[in-house]
Ligand binder design. Structure first.
Ligand SMILES: Cc1ncc(COP(=O)(O)O)c(C=O)c1O
Length: 376
């Protein structure tokens, strides 16, 4: 008989959601207004700090789309984007008719490399094509090289969209990820650190921006007694019911992050004596990762087994694993897009692996994972 499946990052529902979901149901507020939306936005604003404004939306993807619209990115523009990421970071660039310019990772954080970023910007400026925005990502929850990236953004006066979809609770020099960008986004998808049963947030700098984002997220309705539209809007707002799930999950956020960090320590201890298999971890003392996903990286010359052998063993044991992101510039949908880099992200794709990391993992699950690795 097949063993029970262990997932990479399963949804972890907490009893704390019940009261807020019940509140939405009993108040008959299941649409885009209600106390859960207001309270969840307030709770996130306070958690993130930095005097930011938060708008709840129905996904992290729609948050990136609206961030691009806020920055006036449109047909024919160019937007720089980290290549080592999920497609949802890059696809909204296409939604607005712009072109992505992909930039490679550096080996420390696996995120956008400041050097390659500057090369890309200089190249585009020489061609008279100033990029309209830079999308940076904290892949797997690991904070990017924020100091250097902010310096480049300031130097060339190009705004940053910070994709912190995977990095709620991660921080850099004590400041929370999700507060560094001109616009920043978070995802509450079911596989993230906490969920709202699908949803996202767009984080901005002022109440005027917040109002404008809500306007675009609710079909761009003008303040009239009849439906009148000067702009194309979207149906992107989070519902009060989903906000209830997210608000309830805020109460367990720190515990869930603590658990993911313990899982990182668990993998470090399991792989401690296995030469050539390195656990991805923080290597600067001023960063804090939520370890949304724990990853390993193989040095195939010294590792006692290959990535494929470990993958196969996990598959036999019904334990889910995934390769690292296949870089966007190598995806069929982005064939022909511009790319700046030296192949670091391709190296990560060919030699890395994501391992089960959810806060829902039990002691028994961790024991099964450990035994699988030890008996390969
Ligand atoms: C890096 C990254 N960006 C964007 C998204 C999009 O978020 P959502 O699934 O909420 O649309 C995700 C996750 O799904 C992600 O991992």
């Amino acid at each position: 008989m097949k063993k029970r499946k262990i997932f990479l990052s399963a949804t972890h529902v907490s009893p704390s959601v019940n009261k807020y979901v019940s509140r939405a149901l009993s108040s008959n507020e299941l649409s885009y207004y209600g106390e859960n939306i207001e309270d969840f936005e307030r709770a996130l604003k306070s958690y993130l700090g930095g005097n930011k404004e938060v708008v709840l939306l129905n996904s992290g993807t729609s948050a990136i789309h609206l961030a691009l619209i806020q920055l006036g990115v449109s047909h024919g523009d160019e937007v720089i984007c980290q290549t080592n990421t999920f497609c949802a970071t890059a696809n909204p660039i296409k939604y607005v008719g712009a072109e992505p310019i992909f930039v490679d990772s550096e080996p420390q954080t696996w995120n956008i490399c400041p050097k390659h970023l500057e090369t890309a910007i200089k190249n585009r400026l020489e061609k008279g094509r100033k990029p309209k925005a830079i999308i940076i990502v904290h892949a797997y929850g690991m904070p990017a090289m924020i100091d250097e990236l902010l310096m480049i953004s300031n130097k060339y006066n190009i705004p940053i969209i910070e994709d912190a979809a995977e990095a709620l609770g991660s921080s850099h020099r004590g400041q929370k990820c999700g507060t560094f960008g001109d616009y920043s986004i978070i995802s509450f998808n079911g596989n993230k650190v906490i969920t709202s049963s699908g949803g996202g947030a767009l984080i901005c700098n002022s109440t005027e921006e917040k109002e404008n984002i809500i306007y675009y997220a609710t079909q761009a309705r003008e303040a009239k007694k009849f439906y009148y539209h000067n702009n194309i809007g979207y149906n992107y707002r989070m519902s009060n019911l989903n906000a209830g799930v997210g608000l309830g999950q805020m109460e367990v956020l720190n515990d869930y992050i603590k658990k993911r960090r313990e899982i990182n320590l668990f993998y470090r201890s399991v792989f401690k004596d296995i030469e050539g298999v390195n656990v991805f971890t923080e290597n600067r003392d001023y960063v804090f990762s939520n370890f949304w996903l724990n990853c390993i990286f193989f040095d195939e010359k010294t590792a006692p087994f290959t990535k494929e052998e470990l993958l196969k063993k996990f598959e036999e044991e019904n334990i889910e694993t995934k390769l690292l992101w296949k870089p966007m510039h190598k995806q069929p949908i982005y064939k022909g897009s511009m790319y700046f880099g030296y192949g670091e992200s391709e190296k990560l794709f060919s030699s890395g692996l994501c391992l089960p990391s959810g806060s829902i993992l039990s002691e028994e699950d961790l024991f099964r994972i450990k035994r699988t690795i030890e008996t390969i």
